[in-house]
Design a binder for this molecule. Structure first.
Ligand code: NAD
Length: 497
């Protein structure tokens, strides 16, 4: 049985803590390892090693940092199959999806390889007579990242890759549910030539998180996870004077207009609603059928949901793996129960699925509800499972208002052939990431990822230029050279002539 420890100062660190968490293979429902939960001494050691590494890393030329990232990218490609398999073993998603998610993380590395260019500042000559002024961006110090279970490679890479490219040192607190892949990434960074102490992994739970986000030596906190925790992290870290980007939960709607290409709509809903068993923050969990499209949509969608191939993520024929844990399975099942008791029509019921050889796995089949109403629990709350709700609305305006009234604002999409409708939608929706005939409009690494409303607390989204801004602070220098011009003391606020 594997034992996951801490990664501090370039090597595995054995904690003296007696606390640990169990790691499961969700397809089999069996324990496959344990992860040590860091104590105060471990957290202190990680902070000390990051502090010791920071001065020299901050002064390392961006081009040198970029070359380490180039090497890191090569190593990710070399180990792609191993990373994906470990990810599937602990998370459950299908292997091709695991590979895709590591690739999305690697794209952030590719973006950050351009850090010498991205960090170029601004220069103004002659802001006054023989006076020049320029602005540069310098690293913050030590950054902390706290990540969720559903993307154990990609989400940490959104954070730490940009942070270290900008010259910071980083402490990652990954999810305790699937901690192996972050540890593998730490080893790859070391192999790529990253100096010891620049990247550290603290495994653990709330105890480690609270120590990190209140420590005076931590400059920034990046969080991705559920909204209640995101809000707590934002408030606590801000109170301790840290820069914070804190991303929370979601309820993503697809608007289906009557003129949409229904085959494209169905493909989009199946992939984005049920892919990764709905455990994606950009999963589509609500289809808003506008006007008379509802019956046609249901007719085509129902058989596709019924025929979803559910099974272990390592089987190449399978389309949807298990949920992450028994507790989460029970939570998703109870949402389906609630949907039925609140009066929605359950057209496809995946609750009683049984898979030969995987009887203890955390499986649920695809579920489909019709006639879901705005005040129902399954509409209001994030389920984070393979449960799609169809809500019927009379008009485009009703659909738009529905989306804008929801507490979450992560992603949305509209399917239509009408350019005016699409433009009105992208212009008026109160959502951070918007698609037009695209089911999961996840911004690429060179754009930035982030929602609105209670899906993001803070001012900055992840990666892209928002990431570079978040992980650097601005310094503006005004300089007169040579010093020959003497005007004597001035008793007014200096004005440039
Ligand atoms: P979670 O909030 O339970 O945990 C996230 C991280 O916070 C983990 O590392 C966990 O150990 C830590 N944590 C949990 N409770 C804590 C507490 N009380 N105090 C301090 N730290 C705590 O989330 P999860 O179940 O791992 O992930 C699923 C959630 O993440 C979903 O809500 C999903 O929408 C969200 N998510 C959002 C995005 C996004 O970009 N907005 C991306 C991925 C996942």
């Amino acid at each position: 049985m594997k034992k996951i420890n801490q990664f501090i100062n370039g090597k595995e660190h054995l904690s003296k803590s007696s606390r640990f968490g169990d790691i499961f293979n969700p397809a089999k429902g069996e324990k496959i390892g344990e992860v040590s939960f860091a104590n105060k001494d471990d957290v202190q050691l990680a902070i000390d090693s990051a502090r010791a590494a920071f001065p020299s890393w901050a002064q390392t030329p961006p081009l040198t940092r970029s070359r380490i990232l180039f090497k890191f990218k090569e190593l990710i490609l070399r180990d792609m199959d191993k990373l994906a398999l470990e990810l599937t073993n602990e998370h459950g998603k299908i292997l091709s999806d695991s590979t895709g998610s590591v690739t999305r993380g690697m794209e952030v590395v590719e973006f950050a390889c351009g850090i010498p260019h991205l960090l170029k500042g601004e220069f103004s000559e002659n802001v006054g007579s023989a006076i020049d002024s320029w602005s540069i961006r310098q690293p913050l110090g030590i950054s902390v990242g706290i990540s969720p279970f559903n993307f154990p490679a990609m989400v940490p890479m959104w954070m730490f890759v940009i942070s270290i490219a900008c010259g910071n040192c980083f402490i990652l607190k990954p999810s305790e549910k699937d901690p192996s892949v972050p540890m593998m990434l730490a080893e790859l960074l070391k192999e790529a030539g990253l100096p010891d102490g620049v990247f550290n992994v603290i495994n653990g739970d709330k105890e480690a998180v609270d120590l990190l986000i209140t420590d005076p030596h931590i400059e920034s906190v990046s969080f991705v996870g559920s909204t209640p925790v995101a809000e707590y992290i934002y408030h606590t870290s801000s109170k301790h004077n840290k820069r914070v980007q804190s991303l929370g939960g979601a309820k993503n709607h697809m608007v289906v207009m009557p003129d949409a290409d229904l085959d494209q709509v169905i493909d989009g809903l199946i992939g984005a609603g049920y892919g990764s068993a709905g455990e994606r923050c950009m999963a589509l969990s609500v289809a808003v059928a506008v006007g008379d499209v509802g019956d046609r949509l249901i007719e085509k969608l129902t058989p596709r949901v019924q025929s979803l191939k559910v099974g272990p993520g390592t089987d190449p024929e399978v389309e949807m793996g298990p949920l992450i844990s028994k507790v989460h399975l029970q939570k998703v099942q109870s949402y389906v129960d609630k949907g039925v008791s609140e009066g929605a029509d359950l057209l496809v019921d995946g609750r009683s699925i049984a898979l030969q050889g995987y009887e203890d796995g955390y499986f649920i089949g695809g579920c489909l509800f019709d006639n879901v109403k705005q005040d129902m629990t399954i509409y209001k709350e994030e389920i984070f499972g393979p449960v799609l709700s169809v809500v019927r609305q009379q008009s485009f305006d009703d659909a738009l208002n529905l989306i804008n009234d929801h507490e979450f604002g992560n992603g949305t999409t509209i399917y239509t052939r009408d350019g005016d409708t699409a433009r009105s939608f992208t212009n008026q929706c109160k959502i951070g990431m918007v698609g037009v005939n695209v089911p999961i409009p996840v911004p690429m690494a060179f754009h930035s990822f982030g929602g609105w409303k209670r899906s993001l607390f803070g001012d900055h989204a992840m990666h892209g230029m928002d990431g570079v801004r978040f992980f650097t602070k601005l310094k503006t220098i005004t300089s007169r050279w040579p010093t020959g011009i003497r005007k004597g003391a001035e008793f007014i606020i200096p004005t440039m002539k």
